[in-house]
Design a protein around this ligand. Structure first.
Ligand code: 3HC
Length: 263
């Protein structure tokens, strides 16, 4: 998602520094940006070369007005990044997380500027979907929230504000839907295609819950469900055993070529 976020921020005219510890990840992100920008240019979008010129790959955290972190859904990894960013970005900079579920309040508490820490949650594919869920930690100031809501508007997105409870709004609603679809499959109620067809044609969703889980990543879905389960304490949020089994098998969805479907 980091590449998608970098793309929409650069397309708004801002300069972006892009960093990923994983070898090859920045290159893959830039290649995805090129493909996406080419599609968008055919429909009147900005010149891909001009947008890409504003994106600079960097070797680590660098000073900036805003950081948008989009690493793996691991609270420890995210906390370490927020602590490091607190020492590198100027004191007035805002530190935002694209997390799907990790409490923003704990990320804010890891820094010396908790009032300038916020959740800025984009949706996949970032260049296409209009939503940014803006999550206020307990400590987040009104000024920070206003700045991020305005930025979302500048990126051509619509902000929906949420308080910092497990799963925020989006994943509290989406993950039980995905999980129930996995239970229906595990219990043999229907084949994946039939389950997804119900959602597509019966509820007018652009894709069914199993195909969507493959797009999000089954490992990410399980991580989010674990946060919901632990944070809200209700067994209904426990990840379906079939989802866990697919993750154990390395069937993580589109990114590994196999999840509920083969790619
Ligand atoms: N960049 C630019 N354009 C893109 C694109 C990208 N990355 N991906 C798709 N498009 C364009 C296509 O070119 C196409 O344009 P056209 O209509 O002019 O030809 C259009 O979007 C539709 O794409 P497709 O024809 O390939 O296929 P679909 O009509 O099925 O659309 C989809 C694909 C946009 C992914 C659509 O199926 C969709 O919106 N699916 C639901 C996605 C969703 O729910 N995402 C949220 C996931 S939850 C999340 O991210 C949060 C996390 O916390 C879990």
């Amino acid at each position: 998602m980091g590449g998608g976020i970098a793309q929409v921020v650069a397309a708004s005219g801002r300069r972006v520094s892009l960093h990923d510890e994983v070898p090859g990840a920045v290159e893959r992100g830039v290649a995805a940006m090129e493909r996406s920008l080419t599609k968008l240019a055919e429909k009147g979008g900005p010149d891909p070369a001009e947008v890409l010129e504003r994106v600079t790959p960097v070797d680590g955290l660098v000073p900036a007005d805003l950081m948008i972190e989009a690493v793996v859904e691991d609270a420890g990894v995210k906390k370490a990044i927020f602590q490091a960013a607190d020492g590198i970005l100027p004191a007035e900079a805002i530190l935002a997380s694209n997390t799907s579920s990790i409490p923003i309040t704990t990320l804010a508490a890891a820094t010396g500027r908790p009032d300038r820490v916020i959740g800025m949650h984009f949706f996949n594919p970032v260049p296409v979907l209009k939503l940014v869920e803006v999550i206020r930690a307990v400590q987040t100031s009104d000024e920070t929230t206003t700045a991020i809501v305005e930025l979302a508007g500048d990126l051509g997105k619509v902000a929906a504000e949420a308080r910092d409870f497990p799963g925020f709004i989006s994943n509290r609603i989406l993950m039980p839907f995905v999980n129930e679809a996995a239970h229906a499959l595990m219990e043999g109620v229907a084949e994946p295609e039939a389950i997804d067809t119900i959602a597509k044609l019966g509820f007018a969703h652009p894709m069914g819950p199993l195909a969507l889980a493959d797009l999000i990543g089954l490992d990410t879905c399980v991580s989010i469900m674990e946060v919901l389960h632990e944070g809200l304490g209700d067994p209904k949020y426990a990840p379906c055993p079939l989802l866990r089994q697919y993750v154990q098998a390395g069937r993580l969805g589109r990114k590994t070529g196999r999840g509920f479907y083969k790619y």
